[in-house]
Design a protein around this ligand. Sequence first.
Ligand SMILES: NC(=O)c1ccc[n+]([C@@H]2O[C@H](COP(=O)([O-])OP(=O)(O)OC[C@H]3O[C@@H](n4cnc5c(N)ncnc54)[C@H](O)[C@@H]3O)[C@@H](O)[C@H]2O)c1
Length: 373
Amino acid sequence: MSEVVLIGAGFVADLYMRSFALYPEVKIRAVWDRDPARLEAFCTHWSVPAASSLEAALTEGSAGCIVLNLTNPASHFDVSTAALTAGHHVYSEKPLGLSMAQAQALHDQAADAGLLLSSAPCSVLGEAAQTLIKAVRDEVCGIPRLVYAELDDGFIPQARYGDWLSDSGAPWPARDEFEVGCTLEHAGYYLTWLIAAFGPVARVVAASAAVIPDKEGNPETPDVSVATLFFASGMVARLTCSIVAPHDHQIRVIGDAGVIELKQAWDNDAKPRFRKRVTIRRRLMELPVGRKLKIAGPTHPKVKRWGAAAMNFALGPMEMLEAIEAGRPCRLSSDFALHLNEVTLAIQNAGDTSGAQDMQTRCDAMEPMPWAR
Ligand SMILES: NC(=O)c1ccc[n+]([C@@H]2O[C@H](COP(=O)([O-])OP(=O)(O)OC[C@H]3O[C@@H](n4cnc5c(N)ncnc54)[C@H](O)[C@@H]3O)[C@@H](O)[C@H]2O)c1
């Protein structure tokens, strides 16, 4: 029996419970949330045991079990520190830390204690990501030269997010999401895939901005970011995150022989396609209909779509449990989590000056054509 202690029983915790339903061998040993009403609603809904405090939850779990830190980002550091101090492996929701100092301290504490420390997202272990990464590895598109990846969520401040409730009734935490920002919240969904496919990032040239200042939370948190990632392997990728531009979760790996593309980031079951590059009557183009790429044989249990996602949130914790049992390295290592944190913060905090060049020339705004006024 594999044991898990869950800290933070909010919106995402319900998605984890839906995913853990696929793994009857996992026992939820204890749940803690500092909001008593939330704790009760969650534990009643899922019939899982509520702890009386964080300390009680941590002593409830047997030594070396996994603590899932599903609290808000501002609590990640304190809760993960407490769980590691209590001798438990930690799987933290993203980001691992709000600063590199926090993330590094957690990384070092886990290393000193011989404990595993992983961070979400874990969709990189899912079928869609692994199929795409395998296709890159197999050079289905020839030598890959460039990646374009988008994590645009639509104009979220105008969405009816007040109506978004989780299974056990937790409201979508709009204020916290806006305050933390879409880059810290979402860049990892493709950064993990890119780092898994191309290795570590050597340099980030990025810009970020708050273009909708009147939303809830901190008006200065960027709601758009664009990054060019230079990988140590020589690969180059562009990654865009926003809660402003129309929904677009496309990733395209452009190679010498064509393009591998996938339209959904948050669906483990989405199928990447390969569009071969051809010349038809002197016109160079990628074929309009791509060939579906699939992995032969079974992959992993999948959850049904709920809201915007069809992701198995348990893939990360299960990877940890299996690594512990087999005594093998965990794919979601603490080095991976730390690097992910560094790249994400570099993009989020880029502002408008990172690698910027001030323009010396100016011009007037252009008059529209007379027929276009
Ligand atoms: N909302 C989503 O769709 C979603 C999806 C994937 C990942 N995440 C991530 O999951 C994490 C949680 O997000 P959420 O949407 O569930 O937020 P939420 O606000 O709905 O839930 C967080 C819960 O943690 C509790 N909490 C905060 N600090 C605590 C502490 N120190 N001790 C005990 N309990 C504490 C809060 O009371 C709250 O119930 C974030 O890191 C977020 O990035 C969210």
